[in-house]
Design a protein around this ligand. Structure first.
Ligand SMILES: NC(=O)c1ccc[n+]([C@@H]2O[C@H](COP(=O)([O-])OP(=O)(O)OC[C@H]3O[C@@H](n4cnc5c(N)ncnc54)[C@H](O)[C@@H]3O)[C@@H](O)[C@H]2O)c1
Length: 288
């Protein structure tokens, strides 16, 4: 079976969930965006409105097209309000126990053959699916990148039990959303974070050891390696706490000390300097 996907439920309305819901609605799908916090749903709604208003101002879409996108999204605190979506994408907080609990609910609320996808950055797809018995075949990683409307990649992660139908429908959904799916197997950090995080970590070591300052390190990687953003600026954008947690998953799962977070990164996280989201990290962001 390889039925097309016309509606999705997105679980978690934070940075990623709000973006996935918007891109899905812009691609013509019906969307139910679910969060336990009503203020997060309100924030997501405002983000959708502002983004679409900007597109109307820039004459990329008409007002009636923007209204149609808005009308395709339902905001709810209950998964049960979704009208039989063919795919549910979990984008809740990066916590294994929470994700296992949410997937326990998802398998009941969204019966087979609905795809049960997770946007996790680092948690094992195989482990999330572990307790789901015959439903484990429906679980897959669908790793979007931030900001979702801009970034072209979806890393599609096949867990040990993921079945062919789930894989095929996830790939076709990613394409329907205008993204490029690239398939990887389920190892800690997948490909993106396994390659990116050691580079970010090494940039912190270079800064800590006084090889150069953050501006210089970022400038060197931008101008010399053609990166759009230096690794320390990127760490602020991702969140220093998020980088730290992903490095710890890599360290624990792959058992290699090279993944262990640099002392300077750990110190900044302990000091509450988490990056863009709180106004300071490696750099200062007074406006935030
Ligand atoms: N931020 C990024 O750059 C990025 C990139 C790729 C993947 N991810 C992954 O996406 C996921 C979400 O990350 P984020 O940055 O959007 O986090 P976020 O903190 O912005 O949002 C998480 C949301 O999940 C909600 N939530 C918590 N428990 C819930 C539950 N039981 N049911 C429904 N909603 C619940 C929270 O209220 C919050 O709104 C994580 O797994 C993260 O690793 C993040």
């Amino acid at each position: 079976m390889n039925a097309s996907i016309n509606s999705v439920a997105v679980i978690g309305a934070g940075t990623m969930g709000a973006g996935i819901a918007l891109v899905s609605a812009q691609s013509g799908l019906k969307v139910t965006l679910v969060d336990v916090k009503t203020d997060q749903l309100e924030r997501a709604k405002n983000y959708h409105r502002k983004t679409l208003d900007r597109s109307v101002e820039k004459q990329r879409i008409t007002r009636s097209e923007a209204d149609a996108v808005i009308a395709r999204v339902t905001f709810s605190t209950s998964m049960g309000d979704s009208s039989s979506p063919e795919c549910a994408i979990e984008a809740a907080t990066e916590d294994m126990d929470l994700k296992k609990k949410i997937f326990g609910q998802m398998r009941q609320v969204f019966p087979a053959p609905a795809v049960l996808a997770t946007n996790t950055s680092s948690i094992s797809i195989t482990e999330i699916a572990g307790g789901l018995g015959t439903d484990a075949g429906r679980v897959i990683g669908m790793h979007f990148f931030n900001p979702v409307p801009v970034m072209a990649l979806v890393e599609v992660i096949r867990g040990l039990a993921t079945n062919e139908d789930t894989l095929a429908r996830t790939i076709s959904l990613a394409k329907a959303l205008g993204k490029t799916p690239v398939q990887v197997n389920d190892r800690a950090g997948f490909v993106s974070n396994r390659v990116l995080m050691p580079m970010i970590n090494e940039a912190f070591f270079a800064w800590m050891e006084g090889v150069s300052g953050p501006n210089e390190i970022d400038q060197i990687m931008k101008l010399g390696c053609n990166f759009p953003m230096g690794p320390l600026r990127l760490a602020d954008f991702i969140g220093l706490d998020v980088c730290h947690d992903i490095m710890m998953v890599l360290y624990r799962e792959l058992g290699d000390e090279k993944f262990f977070p640099c002392p300077l990164l750990r110190q900044l996280v302990k000091a509450g300097r988490l990056g863009d989201k709180c106004g300071h990290g490696v750099y200062e962001f007074p406006a935030k």
